[in-house]
Design a protein around this ligand. Structure first.
Ligand SMILES: [Zn+2]
Ligand SMILES: [Zn+2]
Length: 261
């Protein structure tokens, strides 16, 4: 089920939603700079392009934020995927893509790029466990899955609306997953009322799993390499799911209590 996304795919620029001749020319120039790996110039070019959009229409606002997102992708390209700055730059690219999706929630290209950025950031840098002053808690589905914990499938009653026309998707002419003038047809759940929670082997929402017990400093010392455990306990480093996945494989940990097999 998990698929990998390359740095190249995660940092591919997106097109504006709305475009006239001047902006099209400017966008094409930015793309030439990107393709010839002149990332600093491409970064500046996307910033200048973002300024050409006004905030008067939803399309224009979405385009401006998407071009800012592109500029952060160019900065990430410049520093390279293995640098410490790359994570922050990609998170910024994701944040601006989210802002553009606020104006154009079903714009297919932005939804796809957002998904790639999210998968890449998680795959490359892992996600951080939260710390409440005493214990570390992870809510990462990869960790739950590696520990062999079951998935949770929330049962609910809901109503669906087509993202294109707002009608019941069973009744309207739009085909789910198809793209209409740049926007993807989705069945959008409305009025969600959870009524039960079922425990299953293969949850429909693939990221919903039972969570393992929070980790104490003593537990970290016993499962992580000592230098790493020290740094995390001293709060010089966050505990990431990548650290935990390595520990799970190394010590063959299973279950809610992180018990060695
Ligand atoms: Zn994670
Ligand atoms: Zn429809």
């Amino acid at each position: 089920m998990s698929f990998l996304v390359s740095f190249k795919e995660a940092t591919r620029p997106v097109r504006p939603v709305q475009i006239d001749e001047t902006k099209k020319k400017h966008f094409n120039q930015s793309m030439v700079l990107y393709k010839s790996k002149r990332f600093l110039k491409a970064f500046r070019s996307f910033i200048a392009l973002a300024r050409l959009f006004s905030s008067t229409s939803a399309e224009s606002r979405a385009s401006a934020y998407a071009m800012i997102s592109n500029s952060y992708k160019m900065r990430a390209k410049r520093v390279g995927e293995n640098s410490v700055e790359a994570k922050q730059l990609l998170e910024k690219a994701l944040k601006y893509l989210d802002l553009s999706l606020e104006s154009e929630p079903y714009w297919a290209e932005y939804l796809e790029s957002k998904g790639k950025l999210e998968v890449f950031i998680h795959q490359k840098f892992g996600c951080d466990a939260s710390f409440d002053g005493k214990v570390w808690t992870t809510s990462c589905y990869k960790v739950s899955r590696a520990l062999g914990l079951l998935g949770v499938s929330p049962g609910m009653t809901q109503r669906f609306e087509c993202s294109i026309c707002g009608k019941d998707p069973v009744m309207c002419e739009h085909v789910l997953g198809q793209i209409y003038n740049g926007r993807v047809a989705l069945a959008v759940a409305k009025d969600i009322r959870p009524d039960h929670i079922a425990i299953v082997d293969e949850p429909m929402q693939l990221e919903a799993y039972i969570l393992p017990r929070p980790l104490t400093a003593d537990m970290l010392r016993s499962i992580l390499p000592s230098k790493l455990a020290k740094a995390i306990i001293a709060r010089r480093k966050p505990l990431t799911c990548k650290d935990l996945l390595k520990a799970i494989h190394k010590h063959r940990l299973r279950g809610i209590d992180w018990r060695a097999q």
